[in-house]
Design a protein around this ligand. Structure first.
Ligand code: FAD
Ligand code: NAP
Length: 541
């Protein structure tokens, strides 16, 4: 029988990298906390996304916590870009090392949260019947944790095996001898396709929109490189925090059109050979100037056509409907090369859409049937808002979040929303989050939130809520900086475009990690300007 935990100060929802660090910091600051996690273990993204080929696209030396010098010195990454099993091992190592599991309730979903204005407390309920009354609610629910199946008829009719990359089984899946369909060619599909192609008898890739992908040229960790990082890990982390993306990249401060064509090509070539997403910072205007962007897009299209032997196939794989980088740039290991294999076929869904899934496989609009044994949906997530609206907390006056965000998410600094006092979102919409090295953004949010709670405790504040005007101004600023870029030109999940009926607003903050950190720090230094505070002097400690 599961016992309801006694009421702690804080409920944390989720035990990915955000929830884990949150628990650690809260404990250190003397708060009691309980985390609820729907999975059987820690790791979030890296617990769920076990599909073949899953790995990070931020270098491992950077895609890890930077808050503890001893820990970052001790952990060793085996590859330049670590694979999912290793990242999951790392999350487990952190949880054990910091003894976090005793405050995490696994296999438990938070199903509702309701604000009690009179008591200044949240009532949080779980699917196991827990009911907790807490001062603070922290949503560490993840930006990419609500996996979504596409709106295709007949999915349940399929007789074979069905998988979603974001909810992959724990036991190994063997596709040997099978006819496999992959629907979706975003980052997940692009990572999975080359690995599955090596196993399956026949792989059919169903592509609606081609994406730009840069090779990772992944390799075992170079000891010299690791030692170089570790020789001044904290200094490098600090410099990364000052970058726009929270990643210490080899930035170029020149515009793409400021240099001669030969120099431009050489720069792209150098970065293509080095591998990874630093390709997108080859010049400083690739996401702001359409003509500059075209030069990078054209370079990648030429690479695709040089790699894929069948010119028609190469043409279909070459993205043309969005500027490069305005949909999350993908990072691959042999993606385009995979289409030279005799057992791999591409179906262009723009020309022939899927009519429906039938028991035998995928039926196209021209009545062609593609019979398969397994279907893999690499169709992504209800990003940034999906996990939050699934809980649908009710704030002041019982207003549900879905109603308040009906026209798109609105937050102050991505951390708080008007009408939801004492509720904090880690890497919420309106913060740099998914445009950055997420662990850097997570650490910054957690530090800010815990410092805020400690400040409230010191000053006897029992209630903190974003001010309407501050939120409005922040949202205007968000939209304005997004408009200065090419990002809104793409029908991306950043814009909510992948979910039918979701409002089209650019959700993450694109002003950069450093500027954003400054805005958060300024609010804190100014006794939490932009927030309404309610004091209860007797509660001051
Ligand atoms: P998550 O890891 O998503 O954890 C949230 C947790 O909350 C989940 O475990 C979920 O089960 C739980 N949860 C949600 N709702 C509830 C509820 N109601 N009740 C109980 N539990 C709940 N970012 C990078 O910076 N670099 C990368 O290379 C990179 N690669 C990625 C690869 C993939 C395949 C994906 C999907 C994402 C990737 N990301 C990457 C983004 C990644 O999500 C973040 O880097 C980071 O892991 C997010 O951590 P988190 O704790 O905020 O969220
Ligand atoms: P995604 O980028 O949203 O891609 C989903 C794919 O499914 C797209 O190709 C989409 O086509 C297709 N799709 C959706 N609905 C469809 C339908 N009804 N019919 C046919 N195709 C359909 O999702 P993802 O690949 O899981 O990646 C999500 C994010 O997770 C990434 O952008 C990244 O931030 C993160 N991630 C990172 C890595 C990494 O390299 N570290 C790996 C995986 C994921 P359209 O484009 O036409 O909608």
């Amino acid at each position: 029988m599961v016992q309801t935990p006694s009421n702690p100060d804080v409920v944390v929802v989720g035990a990915g990298f955000a929830g884990l660090y949150m628990l650690h910091r809260l404990r250190d600051a003397g708060f009691t906390a309980m985390a609820f996690e729907r999975a059987t273990g820690v790791g979030g993204t890296w617990y769920w996304n076990r599909y073949p080929g899953a790995r990070c696209d931020v270098e491992s030396m950077q895609y890890s916590y930077g808050f503890d010098e001893a820990m970052q010195q001790e952990w060793h990454w085996s590859e330049r870009f670590a694979g999912q099993p290793e990242i999951l091992r790392y999350a487990n190592w952190v949880a054990d090392r910091l003894d976090l599991r005793r405050d995490i309730r696994f296999e438990t979903s938070v199903t509702s949260a309701e604000w009690d204005e009179a008591a200044c407390l949240w009532t949080v309920r779980t699917d196991r019947g827990d009911k907790l009354r807490v001062r603070y609610l922290v949503m560490a629910t993840g930006c990419l944790s609500a996996a979504r199946l596409p709106e295709i008829e007949g999915i349940a009719d399929f007789r074979g095996n069905t998988y979603h990359t974001g909810q992959w089984p724990h036991e190994p899946v063997d596709f040997t001898g099978q006819r496999v369909a992959v629907i979706g060619t975003g980052s997940s599909g692009i990572q999975a396709i080359p690995v599955i192609a090596e196993q399956a008898a026949q792989l059919t890739v169903f592509q609606r929109t081609p994406n730009f992908s840069i090779p990772t040229h992944n390799q075992p960790m170079d000891t010299e490189y690791e030692n170089l990082w570790k020789s001044d890990y904290s200094g490098r982390r600090e410099r990364a925090r000052g970058m726009r993306t929270g990643i210490l990249h080899d930035l170029n401060d020149k515009g793409a059109l400021e240099v001669e064509e030969a120099e431009r090509r050489a720069e792209y070539e150098r970065r293509w050979e080095r591998g990874g997403t630093a390709f997108m910072v080859a010049f400083n205007d690739l996401v702001t100037n359409a003509a500059a962007n075209d030069t990078a897009a054209e370079f990648v299209r030429a690479k695709i056509s040089a790699t894929v032997r069948d010119p028609q196939l190469a043409e279909l794989l070459a993205p043309k409907d969005h500027p490069i980088g305005t949909k999350r740039i993908c990072a691959d290991s042999g993606y385009y090369e995979t289409f030279n294999r005799p057992n791999v076929a591409l179906v262009d869904l723009r020309a022939t859409p899927i009519q429906r899934i039938v028991p035998e496989g995928v039926l196209l609009s021209d009545e062609t049937l593609r019979p398969v044994d397994s279907i893999i949906y690499a169709t992504g997530f209800d990003a940034m808002t999906g996990a939050l609206t699934a809980i649908n907390p009710r704030g002041v006056g019982g207003l549900p979040l879905t109603e308040v965000w009906a026209e798109g998410p609105k937050t102050y600094l991505g951390l708080c929303t008007v009408g939801f006092p004492n509720m904090f979102i880690i890497t919420g919409p309106g913060s740099p989050s998914v445009l950055t090295n997420m662990i850097v953004s997570i650490e910054q949010h957690v530090d800010w939130i815990v410092d805020c709670m400690a400040w409230m405790r010191r000053h006897g504040a029992v209630r903190l809520e974003a001010e309407a005007t501050a939120q409005e101004r922040w949202m205007e600023h968000n939209n304005e900086v997004a408009r200065r870029t090419l990002y809104p030109r793409a029908g991306s999940w950043y814009m909510g475009a992948n979910v039918q009926g979701k409002p089209r607003v650019f959700m993450p903050y694109i002003g950069g990690v450093a500027a954003y950190r400054q805005a958060c720090d300024n609010a804190a230094k100014d006794s939490y300007s932009g927030f309404l505070l309610q004091m209860d002097r007797a509660a001051a400690q």
